[in-house]
Design a protein around this ligand. Structure first.
Ligand SMILES: Nc1ncnc2c1ncn2[C@@H]1O[C@H](COP(=O)(O)OP(=O)(O)OP(=O)(O)O)[C@@H](O)[C@H]1O
Ligand SMILES: [Mg+2]
Length: 464
């Protein structure tokens, strides 16, 4: 992204020189102000990453402007221009909160170096602020007052204060991630790190070194020692997301962490003690996986000390209105749109939909509703849901599908076609058209899903 710089100097030639020097060298755009007053009025209208400001100006001088900036835009980085050799004013500038100073006439290399540094600081501050904000809003708390959700809250409160291992189960999109974050946020470890690890997205051989760390020379590319995520999460919480998808060899190693509270970095002879709380999640049926010898039974029992099962959205439809309102408010804010409400018809439809992709699917539909709606109310025509529900109903009520009078083969073909469109369509919709992820949700491999998509002429782009 282009950095926005404001150059303030009563000598127009100076601001122009700054512009000509910086713009070709740094990815930035330099605006000009010819007095402190003009600078303040520009600052009130536009966001800047950096101000370069002369000290001696008629009227309000640079120091006074710096004072105004520090009060009104405390995060804005300011670099002062001082007369050559005037150490006194340079020191004063720094004391008053300037990040750096540059003496006039300036040396081209020096000014580029200093401005790059100053911009880096602005970026860091910005990023830091974003992270803090995310932290404030992220365990945006679980919404829902239904009985099944009350049970979940009770369980969360029960486990939060201890270090007990928790296994969160539930269909995809039911809020496993949010639940794990809530447990951490309510636990005594809340001020330490929460490290989520999405297990299946990391290749098995890398997952091991990521989790446990390695010593220099443990493998070809290990040019130095590196701590693993368990060490990074020390005193905090590690969240092993989708643990049902990891191989048995890593399960064995994790079992040892659970039992002994220690990890052994790759290529190391010694073990390292870690104080980490483990939360795991899965949308798989682990008992089935145990029966198939894909999941270690002893590992399962170690994980499953206190399971929390999240209810699918269709089992708590009374939560849909508040959830929908909450999600719309959340995303209007995120998308920087005026607050929008949901029409009665839309709400009725939302409460009828079976929600195979649970809250995540509801969220996706509502985001589209926000984007498509032209007024401050989301109408039926704004949400891409009508077809799916009608088809779903058609599928269950065979007669309205008009297949009852067809020969068996044709009826079957037609139903099969509609079923595949509904089912795969719903999965693709939840996964934003991502075939690999949709295949995972269907518990089939990507190639098989690709074949079905081709055979039934489904357009994944439609869901992107
Ligand atoms: N009870 C809830 N209240 C508010 N928002 C929720 C709730 N449950 C889920 N969400 C929202 O729905 C989305 C999906 O939730 P989350 O990622 O926690 O689900 P998940 O079970 O981990 O899904 P997956 O299996 O796909 O990883 C998130 O944006 C989350 O904020
Ligand atoms: Mg998840």
């Amino acid at each position: 992204m282009k950095a926005n710089i404001l150059a303030v100097d009563d000598e127009k030639d100076m601001t122009r020189l700054l512009q000509r020097t910086l713009e070709p060298e740094i990815n930035c755009s330099v605006s000009m102000a010819f007095s402190a007053k003009m600078a303040l009025s520009i600052l009130a209208q536009e966001h800047f990453d950096l101000v370069i400001c002369d000290i001696r100006m008629p009227g309000m001088d640079g120091f006074e402007l710096l004072g105004h900036i520090k009060t009104n835009y405390p995060d804005l980085t300011v670099v002062m221009l001082t007369a050559f050799g005037n150490i006194e004013s340079a020191v004063k500038a720094i004391k008053k909160g300037a990040y750096d100073f540059i003496s006039k006439p300036f040396d081209q290399d020096e000014i580029i170096f200093k401005i790059k540094n100053a911009l880096e600081r602005s970026l860091l501050l910005k990023e830091n602020k974003r992270l803090l904000k995310e932290k404030e809003t992220s365990p945006s708390q679980l919404i829902g007052k239904s009985n099944p959700m009350q049970r979940v809250y009770d369980q969360i409160n029960l486990v939060a204060s201890s270090d007990i291992t928790v296994l969160i189960t539930g269909e995809s999109g039911t809020g496993k991630d949010l639940t794990a974050r809530s447990i951490h946020a309510l636990s005594p470890r809340k001020d330490k790190s929460f490290i989520p690890v999405n297990c299946p997205t990391i290749p098995e051989n890398i997952l091991e070194s990521e989790l446990f760390g390695y010593k220099k020379g443990a493998f070809t590319n290990a040019s130095r020692d590196r701590d693993g995520l368990f060490q990074e999460a020390d005193k905090g919480t590690i969240f092993l997301d989708e643990i049902g998808d990891i191989g048995t060899s890593i399960q064995t190693k994790l079992l040892r962490v659970l039992q002994e509270k220690e990890v052994k970095p790759l290529g190391d002879t010694k073990v390292v003690k870690v104080d980490v709380r483990i939360i795991a999640s899965t949308n798989r049926n682990l008992k089935q996986k145990i029966a198939n010898h894909e999941f270690r039974e002893d590992f399962f029992y170690r994980l499953n000390i206190l399971p929390i099962e999240l209810p699918p959205l269709r089992d708590r439809i009374t939560d849909i209105p508040i959830l929908a309102e909450h999600l719309v408010a959340k995303h209007c804010k995120k998308l920087k749109k005026e607050p929008k409400s949901i029409s009665r018809d839309v709400m009725d439809l939302l409460m009828k939909h079976p929600w195979p992709g649970n809250v995540r699917e509801l969220e996706n539909i509502l985001v589209q509703g926000i984007l498509y709606s032209k007024e401050n109310i989301i109408q039926l025509s704004d949400i891409p849901l009508k077809d799916v529900t009608q088809k779903m109903n058609g599928f269950t009520r065979m007669d309205s599908n008009g297949v009852a009078d067809l020969p068996y083969k044709e009826a079957k073909e037609k139903m099969l076609h509609e079923f595949n469109h509904d089912y795969i369509g719903a999965k693709l919709s939840v996964c934003n058209g991502n075939i690999t992820r949709a295949a995972k949700q269907c518990h089939m491999d990507r190639q098989a899903l690709q074949q079905l998509i081709k055979r039934f002429n489904i357009d994944p782009d439609h869901f992107r």
